[in-house]
Design a protein around this ligand. Structure first.
Ligand code: IDP
Ligand code: MG
Length: 141
């Protein structure tokens, strides 16, 4: 098990003014933030990042949404980070997300669902590398 995962506070949450509240949830859940930055991803970046979903009916809507305005990308560290973060964010569809999860509390729809979380250690490494250089991954331990 790796101790890294990759998160995005998506454009809907940033626009709604929830960036700080979600960052607080990250800290309360005892993740260490190795790096974080506010970006406005390009359509090409969104298409590359979500390449695994290319061809699905929601792909265009998803990549346009993710490149529509600012989002915050974060590299997070914790024991079993991938599964711990997926538990913290809840199900993809906020209607199915457990009470107390980030998507339950902040998401508005299955598409605009407030946050991203990696689904495997391998993808976590790839996704962190997609948005951060080695030098940006600060460890203060
Ligand atoms: P995940 O973010 O929980 O891992 P995925 O199935 O990997 O969910 O889908 C990636 C993202 O694509 C979701 O977070 C959501 O923003 C969007 N998405 C997934 N399924 C749908 C759908 O049925 N309609 C619209 N958007 C969707
Ligand atoms: Mg996914």
């Amino acid at each position: 098990m790796s101790n890294l995962t990759f998160a995005i506070i998506k454009p809907d949450a940033v626009k709604n003014g929830d960036t700080g509240k979600i960052y607080d949830r990250i800290i309360s859940a005892e993740f260490k933030v190795l790096s974080a930055k506010l970006i406005n991803m390009t359509l090409a970046q969104a298409q590359g990042f979500y390449g695994v979903h290319a061809g699905k009916p929601f792909y265009d809507e998803l990549t346009e949404f993710m490149s529509s305005s600012q989002s915050m990308v974060l590299a997070l560290e914790k024991d079993n980070a991938v599964s711990a973060w997926r538990e913290t964010i809840g199900a993809t569809n906020p209607k199915e997300a457990d009470a107390g999860t980030i998507r339950h509390d902040f998401a508005t729809s299955i598409g605009e669902n407030a946050v991203h979380g990696s689904d495997s250690d391998e993808n976590a490494r790839k996704e962190i590398g997609f948005f951060f250089s080695e030098a940006e991954l600060i460890s203060n331990q």
